[in-house]
Design a protein around this ligand. Structure first.
Ligand code: HEM
Ligand code: HEM
Length: 184
């Protein structure tokens, strides 16, 4: 009646990490009070967590294919099944496209700054793209558009959980946590 424990752990760890990514990305971009040194440090952290999220994405998809999610409550209407399936697919797409466009962006940057994950090891740039203005411009734009798409999807996602809780009296959080047997 609930997701596999690995899926639950990945869901919540990635949810917290994604929120940090959105906040840190927006802070770097729009918070005028940040000093250049703070900005630099925050981008290094942003890139480090972003690369971890790229790796975590593949782990999560593997777990998803290995362990089927629990069936939705019987009271769910057909349109709700479709909305949940497509909403989740869209979230997965953004979980891949965000780090990919970020990696492409730093690989094609005119500055060529390395990505040192948590100051421990260097994550390579995608070869053949160094200082490629066209790729850099396109992936920078895509990173921003996908970020706002992801923000909207998360708002809808949380809204849907809230709607099922308040209107349909189904607490879906039991399916994504280790509380009771999780009938609802
Ligand atoms: C506080 C915020 C969040 C809450 C309360 C929440 C809650 C949930 C719940 C209850 C489910 C299970 C749905 C079901 O019953 O089938 C779920 C699934 C899912 N959540 Fe979240 N979530 C949150 C944040 C996020 C974030 C930030 C992401 C990704 C960016 C995300 C991605 C997903 C995906 C992809 C699934 C579908 C899992 C699958 O069936 O493969 N969630 N979420
Ligand atoms: C789930 C993963 C990620 C999320 C949610 C995310 C989110 C964001 C957001 C919201 C911004 C601000 C965009 C704007 O308004 O213009 C941003 C900027 C940025 N991101 Fe990411 N990001 C992710 C992964 C990555 C990765 C993996 C890298 C590189 C390895 C990266 C590198 C950057 C850089 C360098 C900027 C600043 C761009 C500039 O200088 O204008 N991001 N990110």
């Amino acid at each position: 009646m609930r997701y596999h424990s690995l899926a639950i752990i990945l869901h919540w760890v990635m949810a917290v990490a994604v929120l940090f990514m959105l906040l840190s990305g927006l802070a770097v971009e729009y918070l005028a009070t940040l000093t250049p040194a703070d900005k630099f440090k925050l981008i290094q952290l942003h890139k480090s967590f972003g690369i971890c999220l790229l790796v975590a994405f593949f782990l999560r998809v593997a777990v998803r294919l290995w362990q089927k999610p629990p069936a939705l409550p019987a009271s769910f209407k057909p349109w709700e099944h479709h909305a949940a399936a497509w909403g989740h697919r869209a979230l997965y797409a953004m979980l891949l496209l965000m780090p990919l466009t970020g990696w492409l962006m730093v690989s094609s940057s005119p500055y060529g700054l390395p990505t040192i994950v948590f100051n421990i090891f260097e994550w390579p740039h995608i070869p053949g793209l160094a200082a490629n203005e066209a790729v850099n411009g396109a992936t920078r734009l895509a990173h921003t558009i996908f970020a706002f798409t992801l923000l909207a999807l998360i708002a809808i996602h949380i809204g849907a959980v809230g709607k099922h809780f308040m209107i349909d009296r189904h607490n879906l959080l039991h399916r994504m946590w280790w509380t009771k047997k999780g009938q609802d």
